[in-house]
Ligand binder design. Structure first.
Ligand SMILES: [Zn+2]
Length: 232
């Protein structure tokens, strides 16, 4: 009888361990919110009205694409500082002209592989022209001087975060690097009322995106090159 109880106790412990393994991805996300007052909410809705849909009534997104970036800065504090202010710096040329809403991303991964959540995952962030209504943005601290210097710890963290997001939002179909966003031209994801609004992007380095993709292959995500224009 005692032996049976021991077996049951051991079995329960193992089961608990397995459950813990599955919830682990949630625990590795740390919250470090950027400023998001009513002002940023209003500017986000204005951005959607101007660029995507004049009749939109909310700033919520239904994630379909994960976009990987780097900040072009190797320092975490400075990288966070790019996204924290609510309005875009006046010196940012056509970015400022297109909207006063500052750029942002949902996640920022530092050089040690810590994952910082900057804002709600289902609120529109301004990180990828034309695709913002469908895309979750993951920024990586690094790439200063266009150096392909993202760390092994960042690679591990990106893989874990992509897997976590795909499980949380099963409708996510694509994993792309920011440099690939124009491949969506001609598809329903390609939204923009201003036909000329686009900027060439080269972040992050393609080898990094490929490595994240290879490691998450079993999730069945597609690459930007898989999308057939008008063929969704
Ligand atoms: Zn980018």
């Amino acid at each position: 009888m005692i032996r049976t109880s021991l077996y049951i106790a051991t079995f329960t412990l193992i089961l608990f361990g397995i459950v813990l393994l599955f919830v682990k991805p949630d625990t590795l996300i740390l919250d470090r919110p950027i400023q998001f007052s009513q002002k940023r909410i209003d500017m986000t809705l204005d951005y959607i009205h101007t660029h995507y849909d004049a009749n939109a009534t909310h700033i919520t997104i239904d994630p379909r694409i994960i976009v990987l970036h780097w900040t072009e800065d190797d320092n975490l504090t400075r990288s966070f500082g790019y996204f924290d202010p609510q309005t875009v710096p006046s010196s940012w040329g056509n970015v400022t002209q297109a909207s006063p809403l500052n750029v942002s991303a949902h996640f920022l991964i530092d050089r040690e592989g810590r994952i910082w959540r900057l804002m709600s995952e289902t609120t529109m962030a301004r990180h990828v022209i034309r695709l913002n209504m469908d895309a979750i943005g993951i920024e990586n601290v690094g790439g200063e001087g266009s150096n392909a210097n993202l760390t092994p710890a960042q690679l591990t963290a990106n893989i874990a975060l992509v897997a976590h997001l795909k499980h949380k939002y099963p409708k996510i179909d694509y994993l792309i690097g920011h440099y690939e966003y124009t491949l969506f031209e001609g598809t329903p994801f390609w939204r923009e009322k201003n036909a000329t609004y686009r900027t060439p992007k080269s972040d992050p380095n393609p080898q990094f995106v490929e490595a994240v993709y290879e490691a998450t292959r079993t999730l069945g995500l597609k690459r930007a090159s898989d999308i057939a224009p008008q063929g969704l």
